[in-house]
Design a protein around this ligand. Structure first.
Ligand SMILES: Nc1ncnc2c1ncn2[C@@H]1O[C@H](COP(=O)(O)OP(=O)(O)O)[C@@H](O)[C@H]1O
Ligand SMILES: [Mg+2]
Length: 242
């Protein structure tokens, strides 16, 4: 049994004393502007919210503050970002737990392939199941990373891990997440997936126009919209397509 106590990351807080103006990105995003402090669940914390709510901005800032590169991967992968990286990470205070994680990975759907290319180039494939991740489908590469690369005792950040996964593979990912949690890991996951969000040992944080708030699974839009649609898809289609 692991002897390390979770959480590795207790909370983040905004260093307001350093911020001059809230007029410009990233401070203009309500989820950043209203961020006082955000406490993480020892197992899994989900960030949810509409497109543009600030999930990736916040994930990236947490990742950079922890020492990950902007495109993701392990901390050994320090690929510069293709586009702009926000300055938010310089304004985040991290409150860590007593123990240090032994493993870590920042999985970013948007730049996963760049990280994959880098891994190919440096010949560092042993932990990806000994097969170039480009020789796999996007979803297979994602799952290979989850299953083969992550060792446990880790702090893992995933931004939309479901992007390439079929519903069945999302169920597999759910089981993998549970295995990691049982192996003494803490995860922070930005997602739109009503399947992943069902994970029970978790806190769900909604980012919206009024800031950040905790919600129950059954009260998320993801749950309600999906359930309603699947139960009434013919009626809803008539309404939507008329
Ligand atoms: N480099 C940037 N410069 C200015 N605005 C940005 C930049 N990156 C993202 N934004 C804006 O910040 C908001 C939050 O984006 P993002 O964090 O990607 O949202 P999410 O991941 O929740 O969909 C969006 O309105 C987006 O257009
Ligand atoms: Mg995003």
């Amino acid at each position: 049994m692991p002897t390390y106590a979770k959480p590795f990351l207790r909370e983040i807080a905004l260093k307001r004393e350093l911020i001059g103006t809230y007029d410009a990105y990233p401070f203009s995003i309500p989820a950043v502007r209203e961020l006082d402090h955000l406490e993480f669940h020892p197992d899994v914390t989900f960030l949810i919210g509409e497109n543009g709510a600030g999930k990736s901005t916040l994930m990236e800032a947490i990742a950079l503050a922890l020492g990950f590169g902007p495109q993701g991967g392990t901390k050994n992968v320090q690929l510069q970002a293709a586009g702009d990286v926000s300055e938010l990470h310089r304004y985040l205070k991290l409150v860590r737990g007593p123990a240090r994680p032994r493993d870590g990975y920042f999985l970013r759907a948007e730049s996963f392939y760049n990280v994959a290319t880098y891994m190919d180039e440096v010949g560092y494939l042993g932990d990806y199941g000994d097969k170039s991740i480009h020789a796999r489908s996007h979803g297979e590469a994602f799952l290979a990373t989850l299953n083969d690369k992550l060792r446990g005792d880790g702090l893992y950040l995933f931004d939309e891990p479901e992007a390439a996964l079929s519903p069945n593979r999302q169920l597999t990912a759910l089981a993998t997440i549970h295995d990691l949690v049982r192996d003494n890991s803490q995860l922070i996951i930005a997602t739109h997936s009503p399947i992943l969000l069902a994970y029970p040992n978790a806190k769900i944080v909604l980012l919206d126009g009024s800031g950040l708030s905790e919600v129950r699974y059954e009260d998320t839009e993801h749950y309600a919209v999906t359930k309603n649609f699947l139960n009434n898809h013919q009626r809803m289609l008539r309404h939507l397509l008329d």
